[in-house]
Design a protein around this ligand. Structure first.
Ligand code: PLP
Length: 387
């Protein structure tokens, strides 16, 4: 089976795994970084701080601006709920989009119930949020703009630098969900003037269960209310014993990206072109990934007159994800494609192929011929297909 679901998760890089192994057993570094009175604790703390430096370096941040969480879901929750709770005495408005990850959308729904006013921007047909539209929707009491950098279903990139200029001018906080952009696009939080940035270990060949929330320290300082209370870890923003092995893992994954991201990107691009060129001549196929403005590791394609689920069944040799399966077990067509104005039938027949560091040309060749065969077979069986 060929794994083409790297946007869902990645395997851990062997170099990351080797590094992490030292942090489990009694013969290694297993201490609690909060134990400040002995060597075991100091060693753990040293490893964590080294990792924080590597993570900060990748996004051009200060290590003190890096907060460890359990994943991007938690980082997104903390960013949105933490800010709202701190400032909620005032009338508050958040601006976001209809194509955010569920962890942002569901946090927003929760905050709406708490009294927060939220506007959800609709993207254009290419999946891009119109910056002027965003500007028009800013209200006098808008406190935060939260925008996904790269959409997880389509791979489409948002214009964060323009959005950030508006936010800066209007003195509004900007939160960016960078879970799918880290490692695919260079991110400089200082140049981009980003206030908060979320990402995760398991999308960048690091371990699952570890995420980052970057919180800008420059003035005006961002204030937030913690969502998990306890021992006051992570500058009182996220309590809980730090998972040293995961932190060392995400740190190593970031260090690798720091030197190898260019190589990864060239590899993804080559394979993406190979895959698209191999299937683009199939009749009635629609690209939902606007290639001019997307990351090179994702291709989202709709195959008209074919059900996404049947196609996934016919392509059992490929680990891919369908537009309808993305939202857990429901068979609702993808809300992301819908927001872009893709018709329900086409959204239902959409497949996301996401390529990774370990994808080979040979695997792409097999993928191309498998798709060609499966589409032909399914269309022959379809009563709607009469060509
Ligand atoms: N945001 C985006 C854009 C994602 O793609 C994902 C993962 O699917 C998340 C957030 C959630 O990340 P995690 O699995 O680390 O909670």
């Amino acid at each position: 089976i060929i794994y083409l679901d790297y946007a869902a998760t990645t395997p851990v890089d062997i170099r990351v795994f080797k590094k992490m192994k030292k942090y489990f057993l009694s013969t290694g570094i297993f201490g609690n970084s909060a134990s400040r009175s002995h060597q075991f604790g100091w060693d753990a703390e040293k490893a964590i701080e080294k990792s924080r430096i590597n993570i900060a370096k990748l996004i051009h941040a200060d290590p003190r601006e890096i907060i460890f969480t359990s994943g991007a879901t938690e980082s997104n929750n903390l960013a949105l709920k933490g800010i709202y709770e701190f400032y909620k005495k005032k009338n508050i408005h958040f601006l976001t989009s209809l194509i955010e990850h569920k962890s942002v959308l569901d946090s927003c729904r929760y905050l709406e119930n708490q009294g927060c006013q939220i506007t959800y921007l609709k993207p254009n047909k290419y999946g891009i949020i119109d910056v002027l539209e965003l500007k028009k929707n800013i209200l006098p009491h808008t406190l935060l703009v939260s925008i996904i950098h790269v959409n997880n279903e389509t791979g489409i990139i948002q214009n964060i630098s323009e959005i950030s200029k508006i936010c800066q001018k209007k003195k509004i906080f900007l939160h960016v969900d960078a879970t799918q952009s880290i490692g695919k696009i260079k991110i400089n939080v200082q140049k981009l003037n980003i206030d908060l940035l979320s990402f995760s270990g398991h999308k960048i060949y690091g371990p699952k269960g570890i995420g980052i929330l970057y919180i800008r320290r420059r003035r005006p300082r961002i204030r937030m209310t913690p969502q998990i209370h306890g021992g006051g870890h992570e500058r009182n923003l996220r309590s809980g014993t730090l998972p040293v092995q995961q932190i060392v893992g995400i740190g190593k994954a970031c260090q690798i990206l720091h030197t190898e991201m260019k190589k990864d990107i060239l590899h993804y691009k080559k394979l993406q072109i190979l895959l698209w060129n191999g299937i683009k001549n199939i009749e009635e196929i629609y690209l939902n990934t606007y290639l001019k403005n997307s990351v090179p590791n994702i291709l989202n394609i709709s195959f008209n007159y074919v059900e996404g689920e049947s196609l996934i069944m016919a392509l059992k040799n490929l680990a891919i994800s369908s537009g309808s399966a993305c939202t857990s077990s429901s068979l609702e067509p993808s809300y992301v494609l819908r927001a872009m104005g893709v018709k329900d039938e086409l959204a239902h027949s959409s497949i996301r192929f996401s390529l990774g560091r370990y994808t080979t040309e040979k695997e792409i060749q097999i993928t191309i011929s498998s798709i060609q065969k499966a589409i032909q077979k399914l269309r022959e069986l379809s009563p709607l297909w009469e060509m």
